[in-house]
Design a protein around this ligand. Structure first.
Ligand SMILES: [Zn+2]
Length: 362
């Protein structure tokens, strides 16, 4: 661990360069903000679609023929659209996508660990912490932006998080944060008959309960809460992409990514057909870390796996310039998201630590 800490510290220092492109246009807030994370999903698949060397490797893709019929195309644009139609048909047309390193547009974790807890801590607390180095269940003492917003005028009782991974109550400090947090296979208390049905499926029919709930159940619980309680700030944390990758199954990883894309489409459609949310909601979509950048290590991530600190971000909303893929040379960091999240609802995140500046959206 000492050795990992040393290398993680070196990596953090090398990641602390001044973010470029600090001021183009100011962020114009909307009344609502949805943050969605897709755990351990690589920028390579976002911008390039399925990887030819991995999809053709029987170790990772036992039926590559079907997977290629579903997701393969010889041109990059066609390929990424097949895998992620919402990203490329909707965000690519109406929003902005950051992190295509082929164009030198880069987003990285500033923490050197490139695993989940340090990543989510960085996203929501706006700074790194060398002592947050594992994914164990310990309570995060740093104030996070969701908690900060939940205590601001107009946001009380209006901030909620639905997460597949059951460590989030510790990361977001459920006991003191005043956020509604529903994580893992925890039952969601509600008088709605639909929520009762979702809970019943979750309780009685899910035989293989791991620390990560099926994303579909997390998603349905979140949608039901949106219908019943109309939060202003919603956090949806999907986790199955990372699980599939750790299993070494590229076919399942692609399917889970495709399902996450479909959930985003359903969520956006819900927003755009619901009074109060329609034309008044911004989405920020990102990941907690990258993964290995080669055929032999794509399934892993961490301090010593090259590529693990490489991330990406999508943003879409009525006040976001419809630029699609951002092609400028740029370096942004995950720790800038906390202040960006606050700015997108018209607030300034104040913490007892030095917080990274908001990303200057193009
Ligand atoms: Zn992982």
């Amino acid at each position: 661990m000492t050795c990992i800490l040393f290398f993680a510290a070196i990596q953090e220092i090398s990641n602390q360069g001044t973010p470029t492109k600090q001021s183009t246009t100011a962020i114009t807030p909307t009344g609502n903000l949805f943050i969605i994370t897709i755990d351990g999903f690589r920028w390579q698949e976002i911008f390039n679609g399925a990887d030819s060397s991995i999809i053709n490797d029987a170790r990772y893709c036992p039926d590559s023929e079907t997977m290629k019929m579903m997701y393969w195309s010889s041109d990059v644009e066609g390929r990424r659209k097949k895998l992620l139609p919402f990203f490329w048909n909707v965000i690519g047309e109406r929003g902005q996508l950051y992190g295509n390193r082929r164009l030198n547009n880069k987003m990285n974790t500033a923490n050197g660990f490139s695993i989940s807890y340090p990543g989510y801590n960085e996203i929501f607390s706006g700074a790194t912490d060398l002592s947050i180095a594992t994914n164990s269940r310990y309570t995060n003492s740093h104030i996070n932006v969701l908690e900060y917003l939940a205590n601001r005028d107009g946001f009380q009782g209006k901030v909620a998080a639905f997460t597949s991974w059951d460590v989030f109550p510790y990361i977001l400090n459920k006991s003191k944060s005043h956020i509604v947090i529903n994580s893992g296979y925890e039952k969601m208390e509600s008088c709605s008959s639909t929520q009762e049905l979702i809970s019943e499926v979750q309780e009685k029919h899910m035989l293989n309960k791991t620390e990560t709930r099926h994303d579909e159940l997390t998603f349905l619980t979140a949608i039901e809460y949106l219908r019943s309680s109309a939060p202003k700030v919603l956090y949806l944390a999907l986790g199955e992409t990372d699980e599939a990758a750790h299993d070494g199954r590229y076919d399942t990883y692609l399917e889970k990514a495709s399902e996450a894309d479909r959930m985003l489409a359903r969520l956006w459609h819900f927003v755009q057909t619901t009074k109060g949310y329609k034309d008044n909601t911004t989405f920020v979509i990102t990941t907690d870390h990258g993964r290995g950048n080669r055929r032999g290590n794509w399934m892993q991530h961490g301090t010593f796996i090259t590529g693990s600190s490489q991330t990406w971000m999508g943003v879409i909303g009525p006040n976001i310039e419809p630029l699609g893929e951002v092609k400028d040379e740029q370096q942004i960091y995950q720790k800038q998201l906390a202040q960006t999240i606050a700015a997108l609802v018209g607030e300034t995140f104040i913490s007892d630590r030095k917080i990274a500046p908001a990303i200057a959206l193009q």
